[in-house]
Design a protein around this ligand. Structure first.
Ligand SMILES: [Zn+2]
Ligand SMILES: [Zn+2]
Length: 142
């Protein structure tokens, strides 16, 4: 593994892996205490839907749609995504390509700048996401 940017490692297969992410108040969302996917610590978020509040653990691998939790949420539901520690919402930065959800920015650094972020759609089941590094959008090859 090599470090590509703050919060991002690149593994031997060229996959980008998120190793740190923060809410706008600087709470870390990637922790050793989170469940793992492929032996990698997941990204912890909390979401609100019509079925209530629930914890989600996203795969830290770029383009990997795997997520733990949320089994009861209906497909296509628009989620209110927030920090599991302080409840702060994440910034909606653009409409998603699916024309249904919004892209939500999860910052890679605790300074809360959209220059460095992992960006996901808030429509449950939508697999669109990208990483932003030094203000450049890096689409997944998956
Ligand atoms: Zn927080
Ligand atoms: Zn979408």
């Amino acid at each position: 593994m090599t470090q590509q940017a703050f919060g991002i490692l690149k593994d031997d297969n060229g996959r980008r892996i998120v190793v740190s992410a923060f809410c706008c108040n600087g709470h870390p969302l990637v922790s050793e205490e989170n469940p793992c996917i492929d032996d990698l610590a997941t990204i912890h978020l909390r979401v609100r839907s019509t079925t209530g509040e629930t914890d989600l653990y996203l795969s830290p691998i770029q383009g990997d749609p795997r997520v733990m939790g949320g089994d009861q949420i209906p497909e296509g539901e628009l989620l209110d995504v927030f920090c599991p520690v302080c409840g702060a919402s994440f910034e909606a930065v653009a409409p998603c390509y699916c024309r249904h959800g919004m892209f939500i920015a999860i910052y890679l650094k605790p300074d809360c700048q959209y220059r460095e972020a992992v960006v996901i759609c808030n429509s449950w089941g939508c697999k669109h996401s990208f990483i932003k590094l030094e203000s450049r959008i890096i689409l997944s090859s998956l």
